[in-house]
Structure formats: structure tokens, C-alpha cells
Design a protein around this ligand. Structure first.
Ligand code: ATP
Length: 220
């Protein structure tokens, strides 16, 4: 059975790293589609340098290929954009038989204990944690060790790593899958800096995204 992925983020702006890792997850987990969900008011990032969510959403839309969809679900919601609300929204909307995963980068996952109702997330939805190159964590075993240490300390000590599935399982809670994605050393921060400095971002974002950013004068 094919599933769907929920990929939330600030996407300020969307870049080739986001697209590449999403393709890897889609292929690796045989997903039918992935929803890219820009947060309107990111609870964990300041609003300085944050482009209007409508622009961030438009940017995502210009870059969507087959099986990728831009979701505006967090745009009109009042207050901070909490993942728990988004997960509940999709769970209500989709048929109960739909396999639904929450897709999170390793850096974001390692702060999940700061998310609203984070423990409930582990009851509601399986997660796919994408590796992201961080100095000192490139080695496979380090990713597993770091995740295990974090999950045991902050989520639940009954999670066990199952090597052949590359997955943490729990007797009552949802699984947490580790997905090794192609390392792409691009961040939105780097893109915003480059635009401000007048440096080309050509190979970091799709052409249409670059055009949109320049046309609207974003990140200057
Ligand atoms: P910023 O530089 O502004 O902090 P970002 O590039 O990390 O932004 P986000 O919008 O915060 O982008 O990312 C959304 C999600 O995508 C997060 O879970 C993040 O870990 C993941 N992600 C972003 N870029 C990459 C990348 N190059 N490789 C793997 N995961 C990534």
C-alpha cells in the first residue's frame, strides 16, 4: 500500500536540498505523494528575515513536480504553526487506511522535545527522520547512536532499534524510521545570505524559484 508524507518546514525559501531529500524519501518509502507544508508562524524560528508565508507558498508551488503538493493548511491558522495541529488535520481528512508519515530532518528531530504536545505525535504518526550532514555526524552509526540517545532521554526508553528495518520500534507507540538521504549541503540561511550579498543562487534552487525571489525582491 502506498503512503503519503507530510513535510513541514519554514521553507524560507525552499531549496534543492529540500527537493532532493524529499525525492529520496518518496522513492525509499514508496510514497504516492509528499505535501510540502510551509509554516505561517514558525514556533522555533524568529520572524526576522522571514518572507511572507504567501510568497514562501508560491515559491514551493513553482517547484512542485509529480507526486509533490504544496499545502496551505498552516497559512490561515491563527497563532504559531504547530505540527500536532497539522497532523490532526491530515489524519481527519485522509481515509483511515492511508499510511501517513511525518518527515523531519535530523536537526529538527533532535529538538522535537520543544514542540507542542510532542509525545502525542509519537502516538499519532510514524516519522521518517532524514539524515542531514552536520559536522561529526556523517558516519552511519553516529546517526543511530545519536538518535537512540535522544529518543531514550526525551521520548521513551522502550524504543528499540531494529537494524534490518533501520527503524526504532515501540510496543505501543509509532515507529521512527531513519532514512539515509543524499547529502546536500544547502540551507535556506545560506541562500538568504547569498541573495543579500548579490551572490548567485543558481545551483541552489530551481530556476523558477530564483526568478520569483528576484522579481519580488525577497531577502535583500
Ligand atoms: P534555515 O537555514 O532557515 O534554518 P533550512 O534550510 O534548515 O532553513 P527548513 O525550512 O527549516 O530549511 O527545513 C525544513 C526541513 O527540511 C527540516 O526538517 C530540515 O531539517 C530539512 N532540511 C532542510 N535542508 C536540508 C538538507 N540540505 N538536507 C536534509 N534535510 C534538510
Amino acid at each position: 500500500m502506498k503512503g503519503i508524507g507530510l513535510f513541514g518546514g519554514t521553507f524560507n525559501p525552499l531549496h534543492n536540498g529540500h527537493l532532493k531529500v524529499a525525492q529520496d524519501v518518496k522513492a525509499g518509502f514508496n510514497l504516492e505523494s509528499i505535501y510540502f507544508i510551509p509554516s505561517s508562524v514558525p514556533p522555533h524560528k524568529g520572524t526576522e528575515g522571514l518572507a511572507d508565508v504567501k510568497d514562501r507558498f508560491q515559491i514551493i508551488q513553482t517547484a512542485m513536480g509529480k507526486g509533490f503538493t504544496a499545502s496551505d493548511v498552516e497559512i490561515d491558522r491563527q497563532g504559531p504553526s504547530y505540527s500536532i495541529d497539522t497532523v490532526r488535520y491530515f489524519k481527519d481528512k485522509l481515509p483511515a487506511s492511508t499510511l501517513c508519515y511525518l518527515i523531519v530532518g535530523m536537526d529538527a528531530f533532535l529538538e522535537i522535545d520543544t514542540w507542542r504536545s510532542f509525545k502525542t505525535l509519537f502516538d499519532l504518526i510514524p516519522m521518517i527522520v532524514m539524515t542531514r550532514p552536520v559536522k561529526g555526524t556523517q558516519i552511519t552509526t553516529r546517526f543511530i547512536e545519536e538518535l537512540e540517545k535522544y529518543i531514550h532521554a526525551h521520548v521513551d526508553s522502550a524504543y528499540d532499534f531494529v537494524e534490518h528495518k533501520s527503524c526504532f520500534i515501540h510496543p505501543a507507540k509509532q515507529s521512527v524510521y531513519l532514512c539515509y538521504v543524499t547529502p546536500v549541503d544547502i540551507s535556506s540561511t545560506q541562500i538568504r545570505n547569498y541573495v543579500r550579498q548579490g551572490v548567485s543562487i543558481k545551483h541552489m534552487v530551481p530556476d523558477a524559484v530564483e526568478k520569483y525571489i528576484h522579481k519580488k525582491g525577497l531577502y535583500l
